[in-house]
Design a binder for this molecule. Sequence first.
Ligand SMILES: Cc1cc2nc3c(=O)[nH]c(=O)nc-3n(C[C@H](O)[C@H](O)[C@H](O)COP(=O)(O)OP(=O)(O)OC[C@H]3O[C@@H](n4cnc5c(N)ncnc54)[C@H](O)[C@@H]3O)c2cc1C
Length: 416
Amino acid sequence: MVDDSIWKVCVANKHDRSDSHFTLARSVETDMTKHYWMQEEHHAFREAVARLFREEFEPNRQRYTEAGVVDREFWSKAAEIGVLGASVPETHGGLGLSRHFDVVTYLQQALVGDTGWGFAVHNIATHYVAAYGTEFQKARWLPQLANGDLIAAIAMSEPAAGSDLKGVKTRAVADGETWVINGTKTFITNGGSADLLLLVAKTDPAKGSRGVSLMMVETCDLEGYQVGRKLDKLGMRRNDTAELFFEDVRIPASSLLGGEVGQGFYQLMGQLPWERLIIGYTALGSAQCALELTLDYVKQRKAFGQRIFDFQNTRFKLAEANTKIELLSAFLDQCLEELESGQLTAERAAMAKWWSTEAQCDIIDECLQLHGGYGYMSEYRISELYADARVQKIYGGTNEIMKEVIARSMDDPKKS
Ligand SMILES: Cc1cc2nc3c(=O)[nH]c(=O)nc-3n(C[C@H](O)[C@H](O)[C@H](O)COP(=O)(O)OP(=O)(O)OC[C@H]3O[C@@H](n4cnc5c(N)ncnc54)[C@H](O)[C@@H]3O)c2cc1C
């Protein structure tokens, strides 16, 4: 059982901060001191999440990697300390905290060298329900998403439609009190484990972006629904990425997210900045993890009678990585504040996504290089970070699409 008492006390006392309490919380802190928004309750939460990874994840890391998925029990343990429900409203079974607490989890997960556990898509899907769900939908799904009874996935991409979401072919047709779904999805993270899907479907193909809707699909005992093969990937080997098939699948009318047809694109545009910021923070944590691993390595390894650390090239590479991490951290924190105050624009979220993931891949590549041949060996964690990083430039909107979003905002007649 994970002891979550420290951070719960801190959260309860968040308006009653004493210096001694603050010092105590900071004494367990190492990697997150530079985030100016981190207060004692975030540090305490971070310690609880760190303990979760240390006690429940690390001993099982190899097994999860081989299984290609994290145990259901790990999800339950994460739920127990409030990870799954941190930013879910209290009225719906969560802790009602800001997304800063979710960010603490993302950073902590990345700092232990994991980006595989599929918490991100679960958390993103949860925010869709919280933002757009009807009262019935929130009451039905949020408590179970927060307590880990339901694992969520996001089913947008299709074999012939990834970047170009308007090309989605999956159809949802109204028939009495049901929607009938037909189509195929691919690359779906948590696809094999998901109990609840956030599905992108066309409700009226003639209406372009206004003809797209989001459906919440409960997968248990769902006739006509089939999970295809678990896709074999270069990295991210601790989550299941799957194909999903829908053949005349009937779901209740109440599955339409928000209850209003044709709102899918508007809903997607509202939540994509959060998804892109999550990718950014994951990039930051992974780059920090790589730097820590590399510092340890180059201070021990010797060549030509001196530490690898002492070569000027090494010192410059590490200095560059450290600087990039600082800059990235500051920009992401600024974007997070904008998100929380409802001001984060699509283009700034896109900047965060593309630049952070490029920085992550560059830093990890340099760090691997400094490990020499050992960096290419699976037993050295830097090699896993390298393989995991690559997809960050692809999902959540490819980096090319991010640059399109940014460039489009620079050609807005209203701004000239
Ligand atoms: C490990 C993994 C997990 C994923 N998880 C999910 C998930 O949970 N849910 C989900 O729905 N999807 C998921 N995806 C899918 C992912 O979002 C898509 O792969 C991504 O959006 C790109 O789509 P695509 O693969 O069809 O590439 P394409 O759209 O075919 O793009 C191919 C190339 O063309 C470029 N390109 C396309 N259009 C343009 C343009 N207009 N201008 C310039 N260049 C362009 C792209 O940048 C890319 O380099 C996942 C993918 C992976 C690999």
